[in-house]
Design a protein around this ligand. Sequence first.
Ligand SMILES: Nc1ncnc2c1ncn2[C@@H]1O[C@H](COP(=O)(O)OP(=O)(O)OP(=O)(O)O)[C@@H](O)[C@H]1O
Ligand SMILES: CC(C)(CO)[C@@H](O)C(=O)[O-]
Ligand code: BAL
Length: 283
Amino acid sequence: METLTTIGALRARLGPDRRAGRTIGFVPTMGYLHEGHLELVRRARERADVVVVSIFVNPLQFGAGEDLERYPRDLARDSALLVAAGVDVLFAPGVADMYPEPMQTVVDVPTLGGRLEGEVRPGHFAGVATVVSKLFNIVQPDHAFFGEKDYQQLQIIRRMATDLAMPTEVVGVPTVREPDGLACSSRNVYLTAAERAAAVRVPQALDHADALVRGGLTDPAALETAVRDFIDAEPLATAEVVAVRDPATLEPVTTLGHGPVLLLLFVRFGATRLLDNRVIGGA
Ligand SMILES: Nc1ncnc2c1ncn2[C@@H]1O[C@H](COP(=O)(O)OP(=O)(O)OP(=O)(O)O)[C@@H](O)[C@H]1O
Ligand SMILES: CC(C)(CO)[C@@H](O)C(=O)[O-]
Ligand code: BAL
């Protein structure tokens, strides 16, 4: 695996592959890798001749007072995992490599990006869309892989790629979970032992919702209330967002039982926000 830190070096490395007709698979990350990231890499390895992973903790997507400074980082460990996973190129730029000048250009998907996590983290998704479009321009991938755990992010990137006619296929990958069901996430490391034990409440809330819908519940508001109560019954958990939405548009739905709906959760344990979701009520 080659590790490159500048845009020029990466372009020089990938140019011959592209000219030779080799396909490029791309996995953008913020590092501190876990099994979820490695599953994205496996999907990329299956689909593409050359696999590129980026590790970049993008300041544009962090708001004031968020965890930009303390976001977990371990490039040596990440590199070893990526070598073992058969990655060809690691792109690990510094902030000055990615943003030599303050960015004047912003890519925003304001309707999809303004709701749900966008309400809790104003400007977050413009920061994500801007860095992902810049990374796409740098890597020029044929396929790019994103986790369904960050469901809203995946929908926003799909929409951005469609709206801007980007020649990259955006591929969603199902959420990888710990043995007790908690979604793998770099931020799980922030949890105390007690919070980590309590965090199983999040996937259990998805199961609970699934059971309620299978049992005939038809009112989305009643489902949101039931799930919120289920989460808040765990003393260490605070349900921040419990939303039943259309899986494609993220618009509220008026009834359950007529096709799939998305249940999206943000649950706080102390200062740590965990995300999870499930599409329920499908065939
Ligand atoms: N459990 C998971 N299963 C599948 N994909 C995942 C999982 N967790 C993260 N990803 C995906 O990995 C990519 C990089 O995500 P990122 O580096 O932010 O990791 P993260 O664990 O989501 O971090 P954070 O804890 O900050 O949310 C994103 O496409 C994200 O959706
Ligand atoms: C897509 C991404 C790498 C952009 O910084 C980030 O939002 C993430 O890790 O999900
Ligand atoms: N959604 C993953 C990246 C972030 O939380 O900033």
